[in-house]
Design a protein around this ligand. Structure first.
Ligand code: NAP
Length: 246
């Protein structure tokens, strides 16, 4: 078995996932940079990680596809013998008012944001249980708690992530595996770049800190949950939102 700690971050080609993958880099670590449709961006993440002295490899799989997830995690375990940290970060938005939401908009968001976290967590549970160590960190959202018009699908999936986090935490805490969630507020990434100026101003007015967050500020919370210092924290949701929801 490799001496290197093995970290898998889903959706690490861009945005919050990239910041998490870079933050979790250390000289004794191998980071698996998962992506779905942006191979060039994933390679940029790999370069950023290598600059920090860690090993990294980009790996394409669709987190919503059971066959692709199983094959990918089997390959990781075969190659490296272990998975220490899984960050379920991959996510999409397909916003629409419920009255006109298409079933496909509901299904796509549920598949990537919720089923994806289920499939990837299931794939790491056995290897982590064998080693009596693991950290699973799920990226949820402030809207899981507050709701948001136009995001019934997204907020339902993100609320589901919190239920998944708490139930799985109870199932595997005795094996020294912790399962927690991080709930970002409004963070500047490609996902939020499409928000129209007016809606952006409304959003900012709801944030006591008076500004949007940076991906690195979410990554800092994930990094703490992945650390040895967080060994006694499980089933929790850490909010990173500038006070938007308390
Ligand atoms: P982003 O910039 O749009 O990046 C999304 C990432 O997810 C990309 O790396 C994308 O990879 C990957 N991805 C999408 N579908 C995938 C799939 N089926 N399989 C594998 N990877 C997939 O989004 P972000 O803002 O960084 O968001 C990251 C996470 O934070 C998401 O779960 C999001 O819901 C959550 N979040 C974001 C905010 C915010 O304000 N930005 C707030 C709360 C929560 P490819 O480019 O390769 O397809």
């Amino acid at each position: 078995m490799s001496d290197q700690r093995v970290v898998v971050v889903t959706g690490a080609s861009r945005g919050i996932g990239r910041a998490i993958a870079v933050e979790l880099s250390a000289p004794d670590t191998r980071v698996i940079v998962n992506y779905n449709s942006s191979p060039g961006a994933a390679e940029e993440t790999v370069s950023l990680i290598e600059k920090r002295g860690a090993a990294a490899s980009a790996m394409r799989f669709d987190v919503a596809d059971p066959g692709e997830v199983k094959a990918a995690f089997d390959q990781i375990v075969d190659a490296h013998g272990r998975i220490d940290v899984l960050v379920n970060n991959a996510g999409i938005a397909r916003d629409n008012l419920l009255a006109i939401m298409k079933p496909a908009e509901w299904d796509d968001v549920m598949s990537t944001n919720l089923k994806g976290a289920f499939l990837c967590s299931q794939a790491v549970v056995r290897p982590m249980m064998r080693r009596r160590f693991g950290r699973i960190i799920n990226v949820t959202s402030v809207v899981a708690l507050t709701g948001n018009p136009g995001q019934c699908n997204y907020s339902a999936a993100k609320a589901g992530i919190i239920g998944l986090t708490k139930s799985l935490a109870r199932e595997i805490v005795s094996r020294k595996i912790t399962v927690n969630a991080v709930a970002p507020g409004y963070i500047e990434t490609d996902m939020t770049a499409a928000i129209p100026q007016k809606a952006r101003e409304v959003l900012l007015s709801q944030i006591p800190a008076g500004r949007a967050g940076a991906p690195e500020e979410v990554a800092a919370a994930v990094s703490f949950l992945a650390s040895d210092a967080a060994a006694y924290i499980t089933g929790q949701v850490i909010h990173v939102n500038g006070g938007m929801y308390m």
